[in-house]
Design a binder for this molecule. Structure first.
Ligand code: CTP
Length: 215
């Protein structure tokens, strides 16, 4: 892969960032804990490295980086649809989003406290689509696809499992401790099995290091 400095046509990078929001009723939702900072830092890094960048962003309170095209989405379903729509036009796809794995069926009206649910409310959650795995399944030959693995234990082992199961080219393993923090420690694992342990860096610098490795 070469960036614009070596190639007249800049690489087009698509990044999914932030959490998704799965509504239970019109006023309540379940979501994942994600600030979106890593994905936005990757978009800034892409511009810094003379690439084009598109961000498909879940609900986050972050400013759109200069020169980045941003598409806002809410649910895992919307993120899936938008990523599939955008994927064909991009050379590199990075799933840095914290996609909800389960989603309830939304109630049209606010769920009220009634005698029937006085002891509690049971929610049935359906599995959402695995966007990263589907992107890998439908990939074109020229595309590089990158995932993240957020783990609370057995970081490297679980990340390698995800890399193989989903079929991506790279996976960036990081601990759940990085959620919301400005800096993080990560391990970059290539599909060949080769790994690079990255130093403790703030997310802006980490994004540059990650992209420089991948491009
Ligand atoms: N991911 C995705 N679609 C989902 C869930 C996850 O595309 N429905 C992507 C994430 O954006 C990330 C990678 O898959 O790039 C791994 O996500 P992670 O939350 O670490 O793992 P899961 O696949 O959700 O598996 P588990 O919850 O069992 O750890």
């Amino acid at each position: 892969m070469t960036s614009k400095s070596k190639n007249p046509k800049p690489l087009r990078i698509l990044i999914a960032a932030g959490p998704t929001r799965e509504y239970i009723d019109p006023v309540r939702y379940i979501s994942n804990d994600s600030s979106g900072q890593m994905g936005f830092a990757l978009a800034r890094a892409a511009i810094h490295l003379n690439c084009n960048a598109t961000l498909v962003a879940g609900p986050v309170d972050l400013e759109t980086p200069d020169d980045v095209k941003r598409i806002n989405v809410l649910s895992a379903k919307e993120m899936h649809e938008e990523m599939m729509k955008q994927s064909k036009r991009h050379d590199v796809i990075i799933m840095a989003a914290a996609v909800a794995d389960f989603s309830p069926r939304i109630s049209k009206d606010k769920i009220k406290k009634t005698p029937k649910n006085a002891k509690g409310l049971i929610l049935k959650l359906n599995k959402t689509k695995d966007i990263l795995a589907l992107l890998c399944k439908k990939r074109s030959d020229h595309q590089t696809i990158v995932g993240f693995a957020l783990e609370t234990k057995d970081l490297e082992k679980n990340a390698r499992k995800k890399l193989n199961a989903k079929g991506c080219d790279w996976i960036i393993a990081n601990s759940s401790k990085t959620i919301g923090s400005k800096s993080c420690k990560a391990i970059l694992i290539e599909k060949s099995g080769e790994k690079t342990v990255l130093p403790h860096l703030n997310k802006e610098d980490l994004a540059i290091v990650i992209l420089s490795h991948i491009l």
